[in-house]
Design a protein around this ligand. Structure first.
Ligand code: HEM
Length: 501
């Protein structure tokens, strides 16, 4: 009988289908060996996984919601790809800090591979990542990241931004561009050793292109491409992205070439010069397989712009919008600035004497939670975590939004409440669950720089301007609904910057 079944063509194909379905079932069910308990999660459908149970337009919120059902560690399938989600302060901290090596690799999605090819810092792993990260950190520190030199650069740029905002003479305008130019110029000064005029068309295009890349990255179609790269290679957004990324890298390479032609080994104008000098040294001493090559330089530079511009600019935009929406908090910041600083220039040193202002900046970062799922990680080896088995090379999302809005950590997680960062005497207090820059091996490389920029830009602007809704719009009508992309930014809006001088 068995022989007959296997010999009939229909039966053979039926048997084949049965085997495929069984394999798929085992793959998608929480099938595991007795001692290898996998994290729980919603039951996936073959091929689609859990795509019908998550909202790709608000992935962060969907995952946060699922964590309420499945607990702080659970797994979801994006199509055929399994992702382990870590939620809540305790779990994210335990994974990223206590098991930093195991959870410290980067998941390089097809999209990120398309335009980084494993180079640079953001989307690389192994020795190349280690060398580039170490080089960027030490070099930026040498240029005073969080210290004097970058402070001077930022203070100078505050002046240009204020001048730009003054041009609108208190009329309503969209501040996105001006803020992006200012923040991008700080990175530019540290990396290239020069700033650009806001009117420079090449600079404008560069910033615009970077913004577009970041917004496209969060689009639903590109998330689908990451899940089924073989199926949707030709979608429009991917083509657009690749085109933009190629032009962006070409621009960076052009500037690097100009710096190469005018390089003087005794004077390092910025990170690019330091890299070129190191590259020359490696060449002269015949170092084989050096990571200091052209591609790593171009992608490291491009990563610093991508990671350092939109993030800081978006946070600043949130801070001004929140000040316009909650004028009583703006009053308190401005009262503190007048009392402690007066009309002189603010410096980083002043931060400790401005606890309320500092609390407002921290609270903005907490509530806005601009990189809600961090940037995907990957396990570097098999891990047993909180009793669950996670295989090597599993994608991991540290759900930062669930840390910044953790109900067991914050008194009012979903409202703007600067007193989260103030004690009873009104002094600034640090909070452990404040992790907008993530933690562990992949913690944001620009944390010190970003904190300094946010403080200096915010205080300088609030010293000079009162931020209000456009005429005819009430504070209540100012919309805090986020626009979701790779980062979470405010929807396009206008504010008035009314001079206080
Ligand atoms: C408010 C501003 C910023 C925020 C909220 C922010 C946040 C983050 C987050 C959440 C990550 C991912 C961490 C992870 O994977 O676990 C990250 C990575 C990174 N950030 Fe930032 N960032 C900011 C500004 C900057 C600036 C100014 C720079 C540099 C100029 C920068 C450079 C980087 C780089 C290079 C990485 C990749 C690190 C790696 O993969 O090793 N960031 N950032």
């Amino acid at each position: 009988m068995m022989e007959f079944i296997l010999q009939s063509p229909t039966s053979v194909s039926l048997f084949g289908v049965f085997v495929v379905l069984l394999v798929l079932h085992l793959l998608y069910s929480n099938f595991s060996f007795p001692k290898r308990r996998e994290p729980p999660g919603p039951r996936p459908f073959p091929l689609l996984g859990n795509l019908l149970q998550v909202d790709l337009k608000r992935l962060d919120q969907s995952l946060f919601h699922l964590s309420r059902t499945f607990g702080p560690i659970f797994q979801v399938y994006f199509g055929p790809k399994k992702v382990v989600v870590l939620a809540g302060y305790r779990t994210v901290k335990e994974a990223l800090l206590n098991q930093a090596d195991e959870f410290g690799n980067r998941e390089i999605t097809p999209l990120f591979y398309d335009f980084n090819q494993g180079h640079g810092i953001l989307f690389s792993n192994g020795d190349s990542w280690k060398e580039m990260r170490r080089f960027a950190l030490t070099t930026l520190r040498k240029f005073g990241m969080g210290k004097k030199m970058s402070e001077e650069i930022t203070i100078e740029e505050c002046g240009y931004l204020i001048k730009e905002m003054k041009k609108y003479k208190g009329k309503a305008f969209n501040n996105t561009q001006a803020i992006n130019y200012a923040v991008s110029n700080v990175v530019s000064a540290l990396v290239f050793g020069k700033r650009f005029e806001y009117e420079d068309p090449v600079f404008q295009k560069m910033v615009e292109r970077d913004n577009e890349i970041i917004h496209l990255t969060g689009s639903v179609s590109l998330q689908i491409y990451n899940m089924f790269p073989w199926l949707v290679r030709w979608i429009k957004n991917r083509q657009l992205m690749i085109k933009n990324a190629a032009i962006s890298i070409r621009d960076v390479k052009d500037i690097i070439q100009q710096l190469k032609e005018t390089l003087e080994p005794q004077t390092c104008r910025g990170l690019v010069d330091c890299f070129l000098i190191r590259q020359q040294k490696d060449e002269e001493s015949g170092v084989k397989d050096t990571h200091f090559h052209e591609e790593n330089l171009a992608f490291t530079v491009s990563n610093l712009f991508a990671a350092g511009t939109d993030t800081t600019a978006t946070t600043l935009q949130w801070s001004l919008l929140l000040m316009a929406k909650y004028p009583h908090f703006q009053d308190q910041v401005q009262e503190e600035l007048v009392r402690v600083i007066g009309s002189r220039e603010v410096s980083v040193e002043d931060r400790k004497n401005l606890p309320f202002t500092d609390a407002v900046i921290h609270e903005t970062q907490r509530l806005a939670s601009i990189i809600p799922t961090a940037i995907p990680h990957k396990t570097s080896q098999d891990v047993t975590f909180q009793g669950y088995f996670i295989k090597k090379n599993t994608v991991v999302f540290p759900l930062l939004t669930s840390v910044l809005h953790d109900e067991s950590e914050w008194e009012s997680p979903h409202t703007f409440n600067p007193s989260h960062f103030l004690d009873k005497e009104g002094q600034f207090i640090k909070r452990d669950a404040f992790l907008p820059f993530s933690a562990g091996r992949r913690v944001c490389l620009g944390e010190g720089l970003a904190k300094m920029e946010l403080f200096l830009f915010f205080t300088s602007l609030l010293q000079r301007f009162r931020f209000t809704p456009p005429p005819g719009v009430s504070e209540d009508e100012l919309d805090l609904t986020p626009a979701v992309g790779f980062t979470i930014s405010p929807l396009p809006h206008e504010l008035c910057a009314v001079s206080r001088e």
